[in-house]
Design a binder for this molecule. Structure first.
Ligand SMILES: Cc1cc2nc3c(=O)[nH]c(=O)nc-3n(C[C@H](O)[C@H](O)[C@H](O)COP(=O)(O)O)c2cc1C
Length: 368
């Protein structure tokens, strides 16, 4: 029996398997609102065989977006447009739905990747960014304004408001984006946070920003909805977040009421490079799962069904997330199920393509 395709309870939410679609920005929103692209893209992923799909980084305020095309949950229109897409996906597919809520911090005001991926230039409608300290993400990036205590409270409130919108839309899971160099990660990492107030210095102080948001959001997210965070497992550079720090962060967030942790890594500055080997975050996730004792998902170059199966079967993580692999093969879950001998739910319209039925055809093909 497949471990990958065994059910799991993610906090209060029952999922039929442990395959998750990782959040992936599409840079195709209109002032934060979902568009026809999201109908097609998320509609496609609704039938990828994953138990849970996490909607891309969806920003808690307009100035917290990465690009002009990024999603948001800061207006009634944003909320209505995303609700429409999720309702469509539920009618069309089998997956359950989560949303990642985010603030880009000093990595905001950027070009879409296919338009350069750097900081927006004059004439491209750039905006002022905020960060823990006056340190840009890299050469050519905007110098962030140092977040005041008022800004910090405002961002926290924005996370709470977006979480309320996500609850109204009916998501089964809400995920806080605490990785990839965006605002919360930039507070956590000593590379980007040089503050001397209660939000800087010791690890406890640097975790204060993300912990306060986690607690405030937990208060408005009912216990029937899973609340988690994507954290950075390692900054992959000297003087940055180590796996021990990530462990402390995971433990603290568990105490703050989160149901799960997703382990990603890297991205604190423009010049950091992640390892490029298969499953490069798995060792970190294994430590967090065992030592922090929280439901743990792992992401990063997990592409083959046997690889994903082994991660779960060997107890290294509770769930796996796939990003690029799912864009490349949006029926990955169906194909992995077939390879691992597991039944994967599919909509009745597509039942005739189920493996049971194509197996004899393959036999005929082999015989001839
Ligand atoms: C097109 C694209 C958009 C992404 N956008 C997000 C995002 O919105 N939030 C996030 O946490 N990670 C984002 N990521 C990172 C992925 O979620 C994932 O962690 C990363 O691609 C590594 O997993 P993979 O090797 O399975 O692709 C994005 C990756 C890609 C390729």
């Amino acid at each position: 029996m497949s471990s990958l395709f065994s059910p799991i309870k993610l906090g209060p939410v029952e999922l039929p398997n442990r395959v998750v679609v990782s959040p992936m920005c599409q840079y195709s929103a209109d002032d934060g609102s979902a568009t026809d692209w999201h109908m097609a893209h998320l509609g496609m992923l609704a039938n990828c065989g994953a138990g849970l799909v996490i909607v891309e980084a969806t920003h808690v305020e307009r100035h917290g977006r990465i690009t002009h095309g990024c999603m948001g949950l800061y207006s009634d229109h944003n909320e209505a447009s995303l609700k429409r897409v999720i309702e469509h996906c539920r009618r069309a597919g089998t997956a359950k739905w989560g949303v990642q809520i985010a603030h880009a911090g000093r990595k905001a005001s950027a070009q879409r990747p296919w338009e350069g991926g750097g900081a927006l230039k004059a004439g491209e409608d750039p905006w002022e960014t905020v960060g823990p300290s006056p340190l840009p993400f890299g050469p050519g990036w905007h110098m962030p304004r140092v977040a005041t205590l008022q800004d910090i409270a405002h961002v926290r409130e924005s996370f709470v408001n977006s979480a309320k919108r996500a609850v109204r839309i009916g998501f089964e899971a809400i995920e806080l984006h605490y990785a990839h160099g965006y605002l919360a990660h930039s507070f956590l990492s000593p590379v980007s946070n040089h503050r001397t107030d209660q939000y800087g210095g010791s690890l406890e102080n640097r975790m204060r920003f993300s912990r306060e948001i986690a607690r405030a959001v937990r208060e408005v997210v009912p216990k029937s909805i899973a609340l988690g965070a994507r954290i950075t497992g390692n900054d992959w550079r000297d003087g940055g977040i180590s796996t021990d720090d990530a462990m402390a962060h995971a433990k603290a967030l568990k105490a703050d009421g989160l149901d799960y942790i997703d382990v990603s890594s890297g991205g604190v500055t423009g010049d950091t490079r992640n390892p490029t080997g298969p499953g490069y975050n798995v060792q970190i996730a294994e430590r967090i799962k065992k030592e922090a004792g929280i439901t743990t998902r792992v992401v990063g170059l997990i592409t083959a069904p046997a690889q994903a199966e082994a991660i779960i079967a060997e107890g290294k993580a509770d769930m796996v997330a796939l990003g690029r692999g799912m864009l490349d093969d949006p029926r990955w879950g169906w194909h992995a199920g077939a390879e691992l001998g597991a039944e994967v739910e599919r909509p009745p319209q597509y039942l005739r393509a189920a493996p049971k039925l194509w197996a004899p055809a393959q036999r005929v093909a082999k015989a001839s």
